[in-house]
Every structure is written in C-alpha cells, then in structure tokens.
Write a protein that binds this ligand. Structure first.
Ligand code: THG
Length: 374
C-alpha cells in the first residue's frame, strides 16, 4: 500500500470490458469516467508518455460511452443539441461537436459518428449526456430512440500505430482519412475502426461491439504490437496539453460557452436546422466573449507534477482567471498549461502570476498548440 489515499473498487462503478486486461498488464492508477473505472497510468505518467511519442500505446477508453440516437428524427435531434452544422457529415465520418444548453453552456464535447442515415453515436466525454438527451426528447416531439449500446472504444496512439493497425487489418487502414471510420472484424471480433484519438500523435480508435470479447481483443492487439514496442498506457495529459486538446470538466464545463474556450469555429450560424442555443450564441457573438482560453508557461523549476486544482491567476493582486490544466512537458522541458482568463484585459504578450503555497510565480501567455505531430 502506498501512503497516498486510494480509490476504492466496488459494484457501484462500472468495469470496462478491458478491465481485467488493464489489471493484468500492470495498470497502477484509475479515474472514474462516465461512472466507469478508466486507467490513468501504468509505469509512470512520464514513462507512458515516452512510449506514446516514440512507439505506440494501447488505452482502455471504454469510459467514453456511446450514446446511440436512432430513428426518423435522429439528425434533426442532433442538430438541435449542437450549434455545429452536421448536415454535411457523411456516413462513415466523425465530427467533433459541442453540445450546448439554451444559454450556450457546454454540456459535453463528444465525437459524433454517423453510422447510417438515421443512426448516430455520440462518443462522449464525462457528463450525463444520455439523461440530458432523454429529457429533451421527452419534452419535444422527436421520433427517436436513445440508448447506450454495447460499444467500447480502445485507442491505439503513437507514431507506430499505423504499422500495428496494418498488421492487424491490412494496408487499407493506412489510407483511412482522419476522422473517418469503417466497420471491420479483427479475428471475428466485430469492431469499428476510426482514424482519431486524443493525442498529438498519429492513431486509431477501435470500437469493440461485443463486450464479452474485450480481453480477447486486448491480447490480440498487444501481440500484434509486440515487435513495435507497444506499451499499455492511458490518455496522456502531457501529450494532450502539448497539442492543445481540451478535457471536459477541466478546461470547460456548463459554465463556459464555446467562445470562452476559443471553439467558436464549431458554431455554424448559417445552419438550416433549428438549434436550442443558437439565439443565445448570436447574442454572445454580438456582445463579444467574456473569457478566453490561452496557453501558459509557468516559470518555475520546482513543479514536476500536474496541478490537480484550478489555480487562480493574478495580475498583480487582481484575480484575472484560473489555470484549468497544467503539466511538465519532458520534450519542451517547461511547465505548460491551459488557462481561462477574463477578456476585459489585453491578453497578448502578457505576464501574470500564480500563487502556489503563498509564493507568486511568473506565468506567461503563449500560443497553442505547444507541439503537434499529426
Ligand atoms: N475519442 C472518442 N471519444 C471521445 C474522445 C476521443 N470522447 C470524449 C473526448 N475524447 C472528447 N474530446 C475530444 C477533443 C478533441 C478531439 C476529439 C475528442 C479531436 N480534435 C481534433 C484536433 O484537435 O485535432 C479536431 C477535430 C476537428 O477539427 O474536427 O480529435 O478522443 N472516440
């Protein structure tokens, strides 16, 4: 037993179809994501990161549950809950979308998959999308069915991910375009394979369609990856902060609108379909955003773990925002992070302070992304 508190395992929190494999392969830390245990690291955060950026890593991200929307009004329903124009999404294509409530607050930032004309999945971040959708669907007149299918994603990320995938399914997979997916079978196990993933590296996501076969699929992939030095790992905070990807709950919540986190490019004001938040988002556009998400560099050598809390940013003694995520980047050899700052100030070329244990530390605003290899 370590001297740190541990998370307790029980039947109230769900286990992923890959759970036994993650234990067997030496997972040392878990978080809870959509009420399911999800690995956070194996060897260490930094060792796992080097495997990701140099070789290839396999992650259990089954906690990214799928919310299935089927039926005659499926597309109209999704148009209603996101300000992005999804009428352009083709079958076999993914789209990153923001789900927003009436006042523009972000409910979730899922990946949308269009499986068929009237059939979609939302591959969700950590919040209760199914409940929210059921509430909307029952109060409005949408002819749809909603549910959580037996579908669980794995993520294969790293520069050698294309080689591992080619060995598993054939050379066609190298030509799969970013954010496109295909139905396939790996040793008779039904899957969907997408070119996507929450890292700054090349990668694929493999959506398992039969939970009973999770551990079998895991072993098949690890065996294929052996010659490429594959390692079990988990979504890397280091890589995703370097590449400027956001995490729901940390960098955005119901209290932020797409403008506050600089994702207004995922709002299509000229979309034809009716959308719940559109009127309010138009108002924000006219008034101008009140907050902005920025990259930061924290100038201290005495800081080698990510900060687990939202640390307040000061301009002299005035509170001007908060750090939403931060980490030490072993490649940049710097402490980097994301922050949301109030937009009343001129934010370019600015330096701020953060207070850690009552000491002020210099913090610089910088451009995003810090690093990206895909
Ligand atoms: N994969 C799947 N489901 C997910 C995630 C994932 N659900 C939760 C969470 N991650 C959602 N968040 C993101 C954030 C960014 C991206 C994907 C999911 C992403 N963004 C592209 C980028 O930054 O390059 C941009 C996409 C675009 O421009 O359309 O990939 O990781 N299945």
């Amino acid at each position: 037993m370590s001297d740190k508190p541990e998370i307790s395992f029980g039947t109230r929190i769900r286990k992923s179809p890959f759970f036994d494999s993650t234990i067997k392969w030496g997972c040392k830390g878990y978080t809870v994501y959509n009420k399911m245990y999800m690995p956070t690291f194996y060897k260490s955060f930094v060792d796992d990161y080097w495997s990701l950026v140099k070789d290839v890593t396999l992650w259990d991200v089954a906690g990214e549950r799928q919310v299935e929307i089927k039926g005659k009004d499926a597309e109209r329903f999704i148009e209603f809950i996101t300000p992005r124009d999804i009428s352009k999404c083709k079958i076999g294509q993914c789209m990153y979308i923001l789900l927003t409530e009436k006042n523009g607050g972000i409910v979730n930032d899922p990946v949308l998959l269009k499986l068929d004309q009237n059939h979609f999945w939302l591959s969700i971040a950590d919040s209760d999308v199914l409940l929210w959708c059921l509430g909307i669907a029952s109060s409005k007149n949408f002819d749809i069915s909603l549910g959580e299918p037996d579908v669980s994603p794995l993520s294969l990320q790293g520069p050698k991910a294309p080689s591992v995938m080619e060995k598993l399914v054939g050379s066609w997979v190298r030509d799969l375009k970013f954010f496109n997916f295909k139905k396939f079978q790996i040793s008779d196990i039904p899957v969907y394979i997408a070119r996507s993933g929450w890292s700054g590296e090349a990668g694929y996501e493999i959506y398992l369609c039969d939970g009973k076969l999770g551990n079998e699929l895991w072993e098949i992939i690890m065996k294929a990856g052996k010659e490429f030095n594959i390692a079990p790992a988990a979504p890397s905070q280091i890589s995703r902060i370097e590449s400027g990807m956001l995490s729901y709950g940390s960098d955005m919540s119901l209290s932020e609108t797409p403008y506050d986190i600089n994702l207004e490019k995922f709002i299509d004001f000229d979309k034809k379909s009716n959308c719940l938040s559109m009127n309010h988002l138009k108002k924000i556009k006219e008034e101008g955003p009140k907050k902005r998400l920025v990259g930061i560099e924290i100038e201290t050598s005495n800081f080698d773990d990510y900060i687990a809390d939202h640390i307040i940013l000061y301009d002299n003694n005035e509170k001007i925002g908060k750090i939403t995520s931060s980490v030490y980047s072993p490649r940049l050899k710097k402490n980097i992070g994301l922050a949301i700052i109030n937009f009343s100030k001129n934010i370019t070329n600015s330096e701020y302070n953060i207070k850690i244990k009552d000491k002020f530390i210099k913090t610089k605003i910088c451009k995003l992304p810090f690093l990206r290899n895909k």
